[in-house]
Design a protein. Structure first.
Length: 107
């Protein structure tokens, strides 16, 4: 299919490869401001496009960093819970041993 691009769906998004706009017949000649290119405008436009393309990647990287931080904090909290549980278990075992020793000395 050899369909030409439309305004909504151009053949290419590169401004250099698009067809130049033709002057409108409904407007008088010279009514619009003349076209001019600012030096470096194309570079800044391309740079802006590159930056826009990198935004989702940067957002994904930030999201993954946040998720990794959350996971590490959760792991640390889990280790703390386990350590406290083991400490209570050790304290109970110590109390049982002291009671057993006291009972053995009393008899």
């Amino acid at each position: 299919m050899n369909a030409r691009g439309t305004i909504d769906r151009p053949l290419t998004h590169d401004p250099k490869k698009q067809a130049p706009m033709k002057p409108s017949t409904s407007e008088p000649a010279g009514s619009a401001i003349p076209d001019f290119t600012t030096p470096g405008a194309t570079d800044s436009r391309q740079n802006r496009t590159r930056q826009m393309q990198l935004i989702p990647e940067a957002m994904a990287r930030a999201h993954m960093h946040e998720r990794l931080s959350e996971a590490e904090a959760e792991r640390q909290a889990m280790r703390l819970v386990v350590a406290r549980r083991m400490q209570r278990r050790a304290e109970r075992a110590s109390l049982r041993a002291r009671r057993a020793l006291a009972m053995a000395v009393m008899h």
